[in-house]
Design a protein around this ligand. Structure first.
Ligand code: GLU
Length: 268
């Protein structure tokens, strides 16, 4: 009979890893891309690559980069203005990644997706074929929602959900959601001194979903959408870790099974 490994230890066996990095982990307080943050993220991704892992990145930051480039005073509210900002910012985002990954000789590829790409069988097959070739060639795909064309009806929604779908379709062994918080807390850590980090979530129950709502009531891209994404990935047997992007060596520590962030255990 095989012995049971700790769930954290099992993470080191994942060959294919999907990492989602959010806008706040890539931009400064004026919404401009922060080269230092991106450089750190790239350095850590390269550690995973060098340990033989295939890495797929779901990256936000296009809208933020556009807002910064256009020197807009605030984030626009209308969908078309957000889409226009993303159209300006996506190229800038890629340029910065290309530069930093290029320093390691690591080729990257841009893939912009909408919900249709996961739903329509022909588009899905095309997308999966492309992805497989990219990974076979040792390329790091940089995936984002195709914001400039994705209106409400065809959006995946947010990049947390996009990362869960990607992990499922790519049959990844691990999904890491990098964020500006450590993981899921029992309350809002910014307001509640007694809020405690939950290290392991064995099952995403309605109570856990309620906690996520309490921990970051702002909604979009907050804890709620992360827990929803984790729920879907876990149902497909993929473990999910939420961790803080600014922590030192965070990706390597997650991969090594260190007790950082919150791990959501997959269904058998
Ligand atoms: N696709 C958006 C962007 O690149 C971000 C969406 C999200 O973070 O959920 O700016």
């Amino acid at each position: 009979m095989g012995y049971l490994m700790e769930p954290r230890q099992r993470l080191s066996r994942a060959k294919r890893i999907v990492v989602k990095v959010g806008t706040s982990s890539l931009t400064d307080k004026h919404s401009r891309l922060d080269p230092k943050k991106i450089q750190k993220f790239v350095r850590e991704t390269m550690k995973l690559r060098r340990s033989g892992k295939e890495v797929l990145i779901i990256t936000s930051g296009a809208i933020g980069a556009g807002i910064g480039r256009l020197k807009l005073k605030r984030r626009p509210k209308e969908m078309s203005a957000l889409q226009a900002s993303a159209a300006v910012g996506q190229g800038i985002l890629m340029q910065v990644y290309e530069k930093y990954f290029g320093e390691y000789g690591q080729p990257v590829a841009q893939m912009l997706l909408t919900r249709e790409d996961f739903v329509d069988p022909v588009r899905r097959r095309n997308y999966e074929n492309t992805l497989n070739v990219l990974l076979k060639w040792g390329i790091v795909p940089l995936i984002n929602e195709n914001d400039s064309v994705a209106v409400e009806e065809i959006r995946v929604g947010d990049n947390d959900m996009l990362s869960a779908y990607t992990a499922i379709h790519a049959r990844a062994g691990l999904l890491v959601l990098l964020s500006d918080v450590d993981g899921l807390y029992t309350g809002d850590p910014r307001k509640d001194k007694n809020a405690r980090l939950i290290k392991v979530v064995e099952r995403i129950t309605p109570e856990i979903e309620k906690l996520a709502g309490k921990a970051s009531p702002r909604g979009f891209g907050g804890m709620m959408s992360k827990v929803q994404a984790a729920k879907i990935a876990c149902e497909f047997g993929i473990p999910v870790v939420i961790a803080k992007s600014s922590e030192k060596n965070i990706l390597e520590r997650v991969r090594a099974g260190e007790e950082v962030g919150t791990i959501f255990l997959p269904r058998a």
